[in-house]
Design a protein around this ligand. Structure first.
Ligand code: SF4
Length: 246
């Protein structure tokens, strides 16, 4: 799976200019997942991040390139306890998976991608209410006073995401990146749209869309993303073969 590798490379390039704090999974401590979306009233909130018109973005990339060799949380900018007032926010996840064999076993790849998407919206850290705009890829988080007092941090929240993703057998390693520096968030915002287009096209392809490039609305994306055309047109070739592969 190399469809997202250009986006991952761009993310790496942008972040290379800045320093971060990094935490291995064993250093992230434990934080409760409440199992369901928790509503935090404004009067109980200590912080709102990613809102108030400030830049905010969230995207998830899958790779099999060996980019992520361990489970880690990276924090660029201030951590939760040091924030005050409105803050720009990005949460980016890079998943190193086993070969999804999307060119050979479309069902498996399709199911895995659906499962990965499911996890994206099903992590519920206690005292950490996430509101995602699927349309704009913004992520807004409201953090409760109680959670702040109990010592919530991005490392703890990131640790929960990593454990949830790693419950899927196809996921080898997870890197969760939190960013609260406005300039960095701004530079990465365009990536979310690219990731969305890739995931949408991939889902359509695996779902069996027609293979007529001349009349396809995805053509511009397929011309830009390495591996997409091969995936779709290769899928057509294998569909035409019999059990003996002829
Ligand atoms: S390979 Fe061709 S038909 Fe398939 S999604 Fe890309 S442009 Fe469309």
């Amino acid at each position: 799976m190399k469809l997202y590798d250009n986006v991952i490379a761009h993310t790496r390039e942008v972040l290379a200019e800045s320093s971060c704090k990094s935490y291995e999974l064993s250093e992230t401590g434990s934080w409760k997942d409440v199992g369901n979306s928790e509503f935090i009233m404004l009067r109980d909130a200590a912080l709102e991040i990613g809102g108030s018109g400030l830049p905010s973005v969230n995207y998830t990339c899958v790779t099999t390139s060996g980019e992520v060799t361990g489970d880690e949380v990276l924090v660029y900018g201030k951590d939760i306890a040091s924030l005050s007032g409105a803050t720009a926010f990005a949460r980016i996840v890079i998943l190193e998976t086993e070969d999804l064999e999307e060119d050979k076993d479309q069902e498996k790849a399709f199911q895995t991608i659906r499962n990965l998407e499911f996890v994206r919206y099903h992590v519920f850290p206690a005292g950490y209410m996430v509101r995602v705009s699927a349309k704009s890829n913004q992520e807004q988080v409201r953090i409760s006073r109680k959670a702040l007092k109990a010592g919530i941090s991005f490392a703890k929240v990131g640790g929960l995401y990593i454990r949830k993703y790693k419950a899927l057998p196809e996921v080898r390693h997870v890197r969760v990146i939190f960013i609260t520096e406005k300039e960095l968030v701004e530079k990465l915002m365009e990536n979310a749209d690219k990731v969305d287009s890739i995931t949408r096209t991939l889902t359509h392809i695996l779902d069996g869309m027609p293979t007529d490039c001349g009349h396809c609305s995805m053509k511009k994306l397929c011309d830009e993303v390495e591996g997409m055309k091969e995936l779709h047109l290769g899928k057509r070739k294998t569909e035409g073969k019999n059990e003996a592969g002829i």
